[in-house]
Design a protein. Structure first.
Length: 397
């Protein structure tokens, strides 16, 4: 049976203007989401993972148009939401709901649970044709509260009277109240205790089975994302690095960033063969403001550097015109022979040779001069890396 796309994100961009000063010479834009594309099919859960600040939550908020997209298409159920004026968005806001990360900030402290859940029902006039709309709404609220594990008596209480887990359940009830098709879950379990996390995730899965819901599940808890997701996208600095089915991504990651990310998952078995094989990333995360045209992960990737040895006859020719990947210090003279990310001129190359450097890491030119595209390497397995095949086969020098 052919899968039907519910949401198609095409070349989505969201930039924030960070220019300071009225007479600034150059505009500075923070590229929070930078030209990403993916598809979510009806009834599936698409996980979106990555480090804090990579653009996951901004992607979710831009899809639901809490942020106006800078460019690109958000095709929901055949309609491009990016081209629809704000005044015409109301019918689509019913179909796309959001569960927010912080259950303490996402609920209005001055409203009762009844008012919070009823707000969407009233706004979309779901019971306008009912004989007694108020009674129907109240019964619907009781039904929703019980479905998320709360009681009828809770309807008259205020958010401050609940625990974090209970507040998140209220947030879930609010999202379900208007019978949506797609729910964007923006790290819905990160602020909860571990024991409560599993309950909330199991509840979301039950609702998906009962109501045929589709989820965009944004999180940084990699083990939980694997448990709930059918397919997963990995983000880094506003870009999608890899997209694959859950099992394939975890069993056979191909992008260097995905490999590093998955190696950080704690292993409870002390005798597991992968114990102690964590990949520790070196270097700083580049600025997302006006990023350079290159692989976003290049500055931290072990595959983006080449080891050149001094016993090679063409050592000098290999390093001149390249960028050093490490700093070499002359401690006797209290100076740097060459600094990391420094362009190696002929003069610097002579100094490196004279100092007696036996080997030197330099940047791989392609990684720092051209941005890789997210391409399908195998069926339903997309990777944004210049050397995917070489890394997969272990042939990259």
């Amino acid at each position: 049976m052919e899968k039907k796309p519910l949401l198609e994100v095409r070349n989505l961009k969201k930039f924030f203007d960070k220019t300071k000063g009225l007479f600034a010479r150059e505009k500075k834009y923070l590229h929070a989401v930078d030209d990403i594309s993916f598809t979510i099919y009806e009834g599936e859960t698409f996980g979106l993972v990555g480090e804090s600040g990579c653009g996951k939550s901004t992607t979710g908020r831009t899809i639901v148009k809490l942020y106006e997209p800078t460019d690109g298409q958000i095709i929901f159920d055949g309609v491009d939401l990016a081209s629809i004026p704000e005044k015409d968005m109301l019918p689509y806001r019913r179909k796309i709901q959001m569960i927010f990360q912080d259950p303490y900030a996402s609920l209005n402290a001055r409203m009762t649970v009844t008012d919070i859940i009823a707000e969407g029902i009233v706004t979309h006039k779901l019971f306008k044709d009912h004989d007694d709309p108020e009674k129907a709404i109240q019964e619907r609220i009781y039904e929703l509260l019980e479905s998320v594990g709360l009681k009828k008596e809770h309807a008259s209480r205020y958010p401050h009277e609940f625990s974090g887990g209970q507040r998140q359940r209220i947030g879930i009830a609010r999202a379900l109240a208007v019978n949506p098709k797609l729910i964007i879950c923006d790290e819905p379990i990160s602020a909860l205790d571990v024991s409560i996390q599993a309950q909330v995730v199991n509840m979301l899965e039950d609702f998906q089975d009962d109501f045929g819901l589709t989820y965009l599940f944004i999180a940084h808890d990699l083990s939980m994302v694997k448990y709930i997701s059918d397919r997963i996208g990995v983000m880094y600095l506003g870009k999608l690095m890899e997209v694959a089915t859950s099992d394939v991504l975890y069993d056979r990651p191909l992008h260097p960033y995905t490999k590093a990310l998955l190696s950080s998952i704690p292993l409870p078995d002390p005798e597991h063969e992968d114990k102690g094989k964590r990949i520790v990333l070196q270097g700083d995360v580049p600025s997302p403001i006006n990023p350079k045209d290159r692989c976003r992960f290049a500055t931290r990737c072990n595959y983006s550097k080449i080891l050149v040895k001094n016993d090679d006859d063409d050592f000098r020719d290999k390093i001149v015109g390249k960028f050093a990947r490490e700093t070499v210090i002359d401690h006797d003279q209290h100076r740097a022979v060459v600094e990391e990310n420094k362009y190696i001129t002929e003069e610097i190359a002579d100094g490196i040779i004279e100092f007696g450097v036996k080997e030197l890491y330099i940047n791989r030119a392609k990684c720092f001069s051209k941005e890789p595209e997210l391409k399908e390497y195998e069926k339903e397995h997309f990777v944004a890396c210049h050397f995917t095949e070489e890394i997969d086969k272990g042939t990259l020098e």
